[in-house]
Design a protein around this ligand. Structure first.
Ligand code: 13P
Ligand code: SF4
Length: 333
């Protein structure tokens, strides 16, 4: 159940967050899908890979994670000595929900000759059952380091997996999960918008279904989409991902025009992530004040999940294609 803080009348939330962050030696990490005011108060805003790297490297005592639960869990797995708080513990993810660990374990057992390459949008238990974790910005690079003859299960996002299979020609055995936010874009409405803004490119997240990606001029992670926006020569961009990312684009390029791709109702509001939206400034303040809700992960599970995350961090940073990297050995234990 999600709790709305009460009795905060008269509290200067912004000033209090600043005071508590200093007092507690806390770092505030935020994903691009957070509300603008949270992005603006964060010490660092990033995509899943950048946030994981930051969480692994920070020397703060407390990580206040403004994102969804699997992201905060990743921070705790990589930095167990830190206190990791999430403003709302109900901030889940439809991809995580689509992949219960028992069912994933049974699926793996049916395919013993496959390794599991797993999208970071999953529970710690599913990470523990996986060989290598990927994010949308690292998936292609990591896949390129796995020998071509190696059979691979890819879960839980069938859209990202399908995109990778089409792009690389690899045969991936897909888990049937989806992101409810990216599934909600409408091809018909997107075509109307493109007709309204002829020549405006479309940048899309690979969690979108193929019918949307087929119309995209650029496909990439949230940071990739931002980089594309910064470099594009034109002045209008159609953005097919969660619309809160547009905040960063408008800050950096106030003279350009960014339009959220529409859902079936013709606007982009149905593509707001309901889980990310649970975090508020008030809940962030209360979390910093009380150091709750706090992420705790049982040590045996943490160590198992850490193996697949460590594999991601090293493969995502590897120098590939220069003869200094042998075939990467991934084991299923
Ligand atoms: P990124 O890694 O691209 O930021 O994606 C996270 C996410 O949850 C997208 O829905
Ligand atoms: Fe999960 Fe989709 Fe929300 Fe990302 S946008 S956190 S994948 S539900």
């Amino acid at each position: 159940m999600s709790h709305q803080p009460t009795n905060l009348a008269g509290v200067d939330i912004r000033a209090e967050i600043d005071r508590l962050r200093r007092e507690r030696n806390a770092v505030i990490l935020a994903h691009y899908y957070q509300k603008p005011e949270i992005q603006d108060i964060a010490d660092f805003v990033g995509d899943s890979l950048d946030l994981s790297r930051r969480a692994a490297e920070t020397d703060a005592d407390v990580i206040a994670f403004c994102g969804v639960r699997f992201m905060a869990e990743t921070a705790k797995i990589l930095s167990p000595q830190k206190t990791v708080i999430l403003p709302d513990m109900d901030a889940g993810c439809s991809l995580e929900d689509s992949c219960p660990p028992e069912q994933f374990a049974a699926f793996r057992a049916q395919h013993p000759d496959h390794i599991a390459l797993t999208y970071i949008n999953c529970s710690a238990a599913v990470k523990a059952l996986s060989d290598v974790i990927v994010t949308s910005s690292s998936a292609e690079k990591i896949l390129s380091q796995i020998p071509p003859e190696q059979k691979i299960i890819f879960g839980p996002d069938r859209n990202l997996g399908g995109y990778l299979a089409r792009k690389t020609g690899r045969d991936l055995l897909l888990w049937p999960g989806v992101c409810i936010v990216h599934e909600a874009f409408s091809e018909t409405e997107l075509m109307k918008l493109k007709a309204e803004y002829p020549g405006a490119p479309v940048a899309a997240h690979p969690e979108c279904p193929a019918v949307i990606l087929d119309h995209a001029d650029y496909v990439g992670s949230t940071r990739g989409i931002l980089d594309y926006a910064m470099a594009m020569p034109g002045d209008t961009l159609i953005v097919a991902t969660e619309p809160h990312i547009i905040h960063q684009m408008e800050k950096a390029l106030p003279d350009k025009h960014f339009i959220g791709a529409p859902g079936a109702d013709g606007n982009c509001n149905c593509n707001i992530c309901p889980y990310m939206a649970l975090n508020t400034m008030e809940k962030l303040y209360v979390a910093l004040r009380d150091l709750e809700p706090r992420i705790e992960i049982e040590e045996e599970l943490r160590l198992k999940a850490k193996k697949s995350l460590d594999a991601m961090l090293s493969m995502a940073s590897a120098t590939v294609g220069q003869g200094d990297l042998g075939p990467v050995k991934v084991t299923g234990d």
